[in-house]
Write a protein that binds this ligand. Structure first.
Ligand code: WTA
Length: 660
């Protein structure tokens, strides 16, 4: 049975542990239903109440939701607020100055901590330093850093002065970084000399230099460098400054820039079904509200918790559940620089033990790789560690297969921790469909039910409702505060991608397929319905990889598809036609390696195809369209049973059947 088939017949049910339910913010399905009902009865009024209760408003909003320019929705627009004030100052005013905000564990194991007061001072001095450089409200700042307290400080400092940040994951290449700097029109770049991962120092600043040398970044005046390793990096006079020098001597008071709730807090690039990554633009007020509410509802965060989300700040999960959500709720959290397998595959469990982590949130890929590691090396089996501090587990980024769920439940959660399988996206800003740990009976492999206020549904190709038990297209029927506001600089693409006319123009199209259980109405996500792959929880566009392959001078044509992979969820398979002769044997192997490295350099190592096959041509229809459907079958190693009579060149299938 495939992982998906298994999920659809899964019928084990795990009720919320009584002890958990008793103390939880949402303690029963009745309470959940009442919350949903409140939205049904008074949608705007309920959101308004939550926004007033949860955020600090310098000037209160008078209008909740503006739908006049739908799908360009506006929430709380005339309210003034500031994300950094809400995440830091407000907690200090509430007596939490001395509370630990961040426990940072470095790759090599060194631990450092900052309190809310210390975080405030670092953010305020750096924010003042940015202002002194002339960076102001509305400017865009690209952040290209690895996991660090300074990374969070950089994001918070931008938020404080009203500059819109755009974090680029530290694993992206110079070219990817340059494209994002150009697209967002950044005036400054904040980076680090190097990053440490698994005991190795990897470059950041030299890649940043390469990116800027590619041209088109004329607006960018400042490169600010956090000294992480002290490694030798060139500094360009006039342009480059050390982060500590920017902050040095600056006052610890920095009045926040009070911005409209609709002010863009950040732009985060993600892959779509066409070549160019999309700059997903998020708001300030609505975004932060949902980051807070989901911390409270999904993670049931309390004052005494030690929260650990393992995601990098380069992804949306690291925005909502590292840089903003936990701080906005006054929580204590872990920020981890390294990798789960260094110095050994017990690192996560050892850290949970060391820091007494109570809420742990990670990706299925990490769980699956650690299952494998603990099977082969008993020394790093979770039972060697004291994990009793845990009370709640979470999963994000891709479907979690029931086997991995059960292992997580048993070996990490000690059969007493609920698991929240959170379905959401870069575009949604925060969780959408997820269990509530004190209320929802869990079924492995199902993200269960939409959060209150989220009108998720399954429809057919024309936007008509599908009955439970029948698969279809996942949509959201009403706007919600933390939804994407625009694709940076491309409103037409925003409308087309997310509110397509085919579905009537008012439904938010997630891009995933889903099915609801006949009896429970629980959702199971069945995977992307567009040309987006999910490899180890990272979103990759097939077209993006194809364009990078054909940019290589030896490549004539390329088609990229996904194939199910036990470890990474999906794996990238590329079918390539060279300009010269089709290579075989060792030559094919060598060219495949070269092309993989090429893609690594063009986009980043996460985009490297797992497998490359060469053909004299690709299977095409008579009108010249590549039949990706057939390539998917070949990539899986299955026999083609579909009709191939419309193919121009059916003989090519035989050639592409075999791996090199
Ligand atoms: C997938 C990550 C199944 C889905 C937060 C979605 C999931 C894409 C889950 C978004 C889950 C995320 N179960 N699939 N719990 N969570 N996905 O933008 O295909 O990096 O559309 O956001 O990941 O990926 P993104």
């Amino acid at each position: 049975m495939s992982g998906m088939e298994q999920m659809l017949v899964e019928n084990r049910v795990f009720n919320p542990p009584k002890a958990f339910a008793k103390q939880a913010a949402i303690t029963s399905m009745d309470q959940y239903k009442a919350m949903c009902k409140a939205f049904d009865k008074d949608f705007n009024g309920t959101w308004a109440r939550l926004a007033k209760e949860n955020l600090f408003w310098k000037k209160p909003f008078t209008k909740v939701l503006d739908e006049s320019k739908a799908p360009f929705y506006k929430w709380f627009e005339d309210g003034l607020t500031n994300a950094s004030y809400n995440c830091i100052d407000r907690n200090i005013k509430n007596g939490m100055a001395k509370k630990t905000a961040i426990i940072f564990e470095a790759d090599g194991g060194e631990v450092s901590k900052v309190t809310y007061q210390e975080l405030h001072d670092r953010v305020a001095t750096f924010a003042n330093g940015l202002k002194k450089l002339g960076i102001k409200k509305g400017d865009r700042v690209v952040i290209y850093m690895s996991m660090s307290i300074e990374g969070v400080v950089a994001m918070q400092a931008c938020a404080r002065i009203g500059a819109t940040h755009s974090v680029v994951f530290g694993g992206f290449s110079a070219k990817s970084l340059q494209e994002r700097i150009v697209d967002v029109g950044a005036v400054a770049l904040i980076t680090a000399d190097q990053q440490l991962r698994g005991g190795k120092a990897l470059p950041l600043k030299t890649i940043a230099d390469e990116a800027l040398d590619l041209g088109g970044c004329e607006k960018l005046k400042h490169v600010i460098v956090y000294k992480r390793t002290g490694g030798d990096v060139p500094m360009k006079a006039g342009r480059d400054k050390w982060m500590h020098d920017v902050s040095a001597g600056q006052p610890k008071v920095c009045e926040p820039e009070w911005v409209s709730a609709e002010h863009p807090l950040f732009v985060l690039y993600t892959s779509g079904s066409t070549g160019k990554p999309k700059g997903v633009q998020h708001s300030t007020g609505g975004y932060l509200l949902w980051a807070m509410l989901t911390m409270k509802w999904t993670f049931d965060l309390r004052d005494s918790d030690v929260f650990w989300c393992t995601a990098d700040i380069g992804w949306i999960t690291g925005h909502s559940y590292v840089a903003y959500g936990p701080l906005a709720c006054g929580g204590t959290q872990i920020v981890f620089e390294g990798v789960p397998t260094y110095p050994n595959a017990g690192r996560f469990w050892e850290m949970i033990q060391r820091h007494k982590v109570s809420i742990f949130y990670t990706a299925p890929t990490a769980i699956r790789s650690l299952i494998k590691a603990s099977d082969t090396d008993p020394a790093v089996h979770p039972k060697k560690y004291n994990l009793k501090s845990l009370r709640l587990l979470g999963s994000v980024g891709e479907p979690i297969n029931p086997e991995a769920w059960m292992w997580y439940h048993k070996n990490i959660g000690g059969e007493k921790c609920p698991i929240v399988d959170t379905f959401w996206q870069t575009e949604t800003g925060g969780h959408m469909i997820t269990p509530l740990p004190g209320a929802t009976p869990l079924v492995p492999g199902s993200c269960t039910l939409p959060l209150p206020g989220i009108m998720a549904a399954i429809v057919d190709e024309t936007g008509g409702d599908m009955p439970n038990g029948q698969g279809g297209i996942l949509v959201v029927k009403r706007p919600w505060p933390s939804m994407i506001r625009n694709i940076w600089g491309d409103p037409e693409r925003f409308k087309k991608s997310y509110f397509p006319e085919e579905l009537g123009g008012t439904l938010y199209l997630a891009g995933d397929g889903a099915i609801r259980n006949k009896k429970t109405a629980y959702f199971t996500i069945t995977g992307r319905i567009d040309d987006v792959l999910n490899v180890s929880g990272h979103r990759m566009g097939t077209m993006e990889i194809e364009s990078s392959l054909v940019a290589n001078p030896i490549v004539a044509e390329a088609a990229v598809v996904g194939r199910p992979d036990d470890m990474t969820g999906e794996a990238i398979v590329a079918f390539v036609v060279l300009k010269g002769k089709r290579p075989t044997g060792d030559e094919a192997k060598k060219i495949a390696t070269d092309l993989r490295n090429w893609v690594g350099k063009e986009i980043g190592p996460i985009a490297k195809p797992k497998e490359i096959r060469f053909g004299d041509n690709l299977p095409k229809t008579r009108s010249g369209k590549i039949m990706r459907r057939l390539l998917r079958v070949l990539a899986k190693g299955e026999e083609i049973t579909q009709d191939t009579s419309t193919l121009e060149n059916p003989a090519i299938l035989e050639q592409l059947k075999h791996a090199i």
